[in-house]
Write a protein that binds this ligand. Structure first.
Ligand code: TPP
Ligand code: MG
Length: 420
């Protein structure tokens, strides 16, 4: 008897599961529950349920596959393409510069340009963003300049976090983006708290939190999603599922149907999206934002993408994946390439503009790079500031001891390189 039911479940969709199992109309009385009693014993087997589909608009050859045409204006599309392309070029130069020993560390966003720029472009400035670390594109879209990026990566005295963080830990209060925190999952509950506060204050905005599929294994992410669903906090959980958490593959990360399906357990709306399809990402985030505001609720979006670069400059991904796999994503399913093909087909872009823009980008990137590289490092005395409002007796003593030390032995340090 139950075997028959299993067979029926195989061909049903997730939505049908609860109705298939509700064999009687007799309601169970457990507080808050919607369940009916059943007299058949039936274990739900996730392996027998269909996977959540992936929303896609643009195919790998630059053709629109949906009946409805995308609603982004031509000018905006070109703007988005230019930012994606700039991000990709900036990544290449900063990666090389780390290899040459000019900056200490870097993480590229290669292969995930549509996921970050497409989602950022669908948000409003009033939406507060909490990033993980691979989302510098969100900063660039909001107005973080190449110079801001370079000052941060070179830890100069012009960096708005005063050169205290290792490269890629950006922060932009003015742009309504919170600091990068590379301790996985830590910013996710913060985003929910922020959304809850906005909700209480009646501010019409969503709070957005980006995280990887690896970070989604952190307990913090579970707590955050549960809180957001229960307290109905307008939060967009944007998971970049790029296939890897350093060398950990998704097969070693989770046994279920990825990240999107978890939302159902929390009682939250969700959507899985082709994260390399600019149109799909933009539409998904635009619609999710509207849903979150209209219903004052969280939404989880899983962007299926691929990390083309190494995890960071401390990683060599050839140790755990094949070059053929990387080549496929680089050549056949590149977000910049796919959008470029669409723009060319619609005569919004051509190879002449492509060449001229590449030149312009290189000039701008290198201009910002050279200025940051030749800028002073922050004052060593800053190490004592900003934890306490005023210096404690101990801090004041330590500061004057450093002063004494540098007076006596300053010639042993390159003090001329610091903003002393
Ligand atoms: C709490 C915590 N544990 C471990 C690490 C080390 N670590 C840094 S990045 C990373 C992988 C994260 O993968 P994912 O969330 O998928 O993001 P991706 O790098 O793929 O963008 C790990 C394990 C960390 N930074 N924080
Ligand atoms: Mg990942």
């Amino acid at each position: 008897m139950s075997y028959r039911l299993v067979r029926r479940l195989n061909s049903s969709c997730v939505r049908c599961v609860s109705s298939s199992l509700s064999r009687t109309t007799e309601k169970a009385r457990h507080p808050g529950s919607k369940t009916n009693f059943t007299h058949e014993i039936q274990f739900l087997n996730p392996q027998e349920l269909p996977a959540i589909p992936t929303f896609r608009v643009l195919d790998n050859h630059g053709n629109i596959k949906t009946e409805e045409a995308p609603k982004i204006s031509d000018d905006d599309l070109v703007e988005i393409y230019k930012k994606m392309s700039l991000l990709s070029k900036m990544d290449k130069i900063l990666l090389q510069s780390q290899r040459q020993g000019r900056i200490s560390f870097y993480m590229t966003c290669s292969g995930e340009e549509a996921a970050v720029i497409g989602s950022a472009a669908a948000l409003k400035d009033v939406d507060t963003v909490f990033t993980q670390y691979r989302e510098v594109g969100v900063y660039l879209w909001r107005g973080f300049t190449l110079q801001d990026v370079m000052h941060q990566c070179f830890s100069t005295h012009k960096d708005n976090t005063k050169g205290r963080q290792m490269p890629i830990h950006y922060s932009a209060k003015k742009l309504n983006i919170q600091c990068v925190s590379s301790t996985l999952g830590t910013q996710v509950p913060n985003a929910v708290g922020y959304a809850y506060s906005n909700k209480i204050k009646g501010i019409e905005a969503v709070t957005v939190t980006y995280f990887g599929e690896g970070a989604a294994s952190e307990g913090d992410v579970h707590a955050a999603m549960n809180m957001a669903a229960v307290l109905k906090c307008p939060t967009l959980f944007i998971c970049r599922n790029n296939g890897y958490a350093i060398s950990t593959t998704t097969a070693d990360q989770y046994a279920g149907d990825g990240i999107a399906v978890r939302a159902i357990g929390y009682g939250m709306r969700c959507l899985r999206v082709d994260g390399n399809d600019l149109f799909a990402v933009h539409r998904a985030v635009f619609e999710a934002r509207a849903l979150a505001i209209e219903n004052s609720c969280p939404v989880l979006i899983e962007l299926m993408t691929y990390r083309v670069g190494h995890h960071s400059t401390s990683d060599d991904s050839s140790a755990y994946r094949s070059i053929d796999e990387v080549n496929y994503w680089n050549k056949e399913d590149s977000p910049v390439g796919r959008l470029g093909l669409y723009l060319m087909k619609h005569k919004l872009w051509d190879s002449e503009r492509e060449q001229a823009y590449a030149k312009e980008c290189r000039k701008d990137i290198m201009g910002a790079f050279n200025l940051a590289e030749s800028s002073l490092k922050p004052s060593p005395y800053l190490v004592f500031d900003d934890v306490y409002d005023t210096h404690s007796t101990q801090l004041a003593r330590q500061r004057s001891s450093l002063e004494e030390h540098l007076k006596s032995y300053g010639e042993h340090y390159n003090l001329n390189e610091y903003d002393v």
